[in-house]
Ligand binder design. Structure first.
Ligand SMILES: Cc1cc2nc3c(=O)[nH]c(=O)nc-3n(C[C@H](O)[C@H](O)[C@H](O)COP(=O)(O)OP(=O)(O)OC[C@H]3O[C@@H](n4cnc5c(N)ncnc54)[C@H](O)[C@@H]3O)c2cc1C
Length: 415
């Protein structure tokens, strides 16, 4: 039984804890926030992430919590449709295994699978790491020094495990030139169920998505240097007002609702690029290792894939971490590189910086109405080029008691 400390209870952290438990390891999860984070933004979820969720018995709950978007609609200053497409092509390409849900809902569902079987420490974080021959000595901010066999950073884009074990974030961060903001409000009108509305001006995008319980989510993507992210929430709101102040459509009323927003998500659109994802007994998963950015539309799935493969390789190597970490990277490295390159290319399409770029983007999206075009374009990115390896999970049945769906799988054979 190896003890593993995981930093971060987002997407990768609970997934890793689940599969480590299934393999017979003893994970402990530490999360900086005092409780699981709520709100935030919605994510599209499909492919291998969906397949892992299925193996964890979670897809019924995920589909219940999620939305099945019918249309992506781009509107002009007066709210008239200028381009868009039906999202049926995604459903078709994924055999209906495609859902949009709050990132926080996915995180909560993953977390529910491990509560009761994994030690969890909320409201704390790791401020010191010392690696020795037979373990890692970890200093918690609010606790004593503890020893673990392995330590894994699943603490996202701004990972402090990465900082402690590999060096400052600036060495690894590639800012893609945009900032993203999101917030939710109650009682906004109009509502468009299962439609993702997008409005654009050069260098600015604003999306609106109708949620259940009379909630609405707004997503801003704007060309900006990353410094504003470090400022106080009031300054971040001021930045949004300044940048979107002259915009049409519903921008004035959306900006007005910023005042009452209880939580504003605000961050750089960046990628993390590292030569190695492990250092001795410390390794990274998910955004901490290789954040692909929101532009890949798949970061959560990749976080889950990396967690699943890391746990599987540790199990297959009988806990020999150097061998396992090497295999983990070998399996994923080129797949992640491709995703990062694809996301970087997409940056200029998501929020084009010029009027001509915006016009061209909309023309391209209009061609999606031509039969077969959307399938051809989306197919390249939607269908995963990786096959999920199978590993032996001798203790998975112990976790089935907390399983939400009926999953028929028993112990899988290693491929
Ligand atoms: C606007 C937006 C849209 C997106 N859309 C999609 C999409 O459509 N599809 C998709 O798959 N992905 C999408 N993503 C990406 C996706 O959200 C991330 O890739 C995914 O959340 C990464 O999971 P993670 O567990 O690695 O990190 P996170 O989800 O960021 O979780 C990290 C956790 O670590 C905690 N933490 C941070 N620092 C510490 C510390 N020092 N100590 C302890 N805990 C710490 C945090 O509180 C958090 O709980 C989107 C992202 C954004 C911003």
């Amino acid at each position: 039984m190896k003890t593993v400390l995981i930093s971060g209870a987002g997407i990768a952290g609970p997934t890793l804890a689940f599969w480590l438990r299934a393999a017979g390891f003893q994970p402990t999860l530490v999360e900086r926030a005092p409780t699981l984070r709520t709100g935030g933004y919605v994510i599209d979820f499909w492919g291998l992430g969906y397949e892992i969720a299925e193996r964890m018995g979670l897809t019924t709950a995920i589909n219940r919590a999620g939305y099945h978007v019918q249309e992506m609609r781009i509107v002009d200053d007066r709210g008239q449709r200028v381009a868009g497409f039906g999202t049926g092509v995604f459903t078709e390409l994924t055999n209906g295994r495609y859902v949009t849900l709050r990132r926080s809902d996915l995180s909560r569902l993953l977390f529910e699978k491990i509560s009761g079987t994994t030690d969890v420490i909320f409201g704390d974080d790791i401020i010191g790491l010392r690696q020795g021959q037979d373990g890692v000595l970890v200093q918690l901010r609010h606790g004593e020094e503890r020893r673990f066999d392995l330590t894994i950073g699943a603490d996202g884009l701004h990972s402090s495990i990465r900082e402690l074990a590999f060096g400052p974030q600036r060495q690894f961060e590639k800012h893609l030139g945009y900032v993203v903001a999101a917030f939710e409000v109650d009682g906004y009108r109009p509502r468009d169920e299962n439609v993702y509305l997008m409005y654009g001006k050069p260098g600015r995008m604003l999306g609106r998505f109708t949620l259940r319980n009379d909630r609405t989510l707004f997503l801003f993507v704007l060309a900006a240097d990353g410094d504003v992210v470090a400022s106080a929430p009031d300054q971040q709101k001021a930045k949004l007002r300044e940048v979107y102040g002259d915009c049409g459509w519903e921008c004035p009323q959306i900006l007005q609702r910023l005042d009452g927003a209880d939580e504003l998500y605000f961050d750089r659109v960046s990628q993390i690029r590292m030569a190695k994802w492990s250092q001795g007994r410390v390794a990274l998963v998910g955004d901490a290792a290789f954040c692909v950015s929101l532009l890949a539309g798949q970061g959560s799935a990749l976080a889950m894939i990396s967690a699943y493969i890391l746990a599987g390789e540790l199990a297959a190597a009988g806990g020999r971490h150097a061998e396992a970490f090497g295999n983990y990277e070998a399996r994923l490295r080129s797949y992640i590189d491709t995703k990062q390159r694809g996301a970087e290319r997409l940056a200029s399409v998501f929020a084009p910086r010029t009027a001509a770029g915006l016009w061209f983007r909309n023309q391209v999206i209009r061609t999606f109405a031509v039969p077969g075009v959307a399938r051809l374009v989306a197919g390249r990115d939607i269908v995963d080029a990786l096959r999920l390896p199978d590993y032996e999970w001798p203790f998975q049945n112990d976790l089935q008691s907390s399983v939400t769906d009926n999953w028929g799988g028993g112990t899988a054979a290693k491929s």
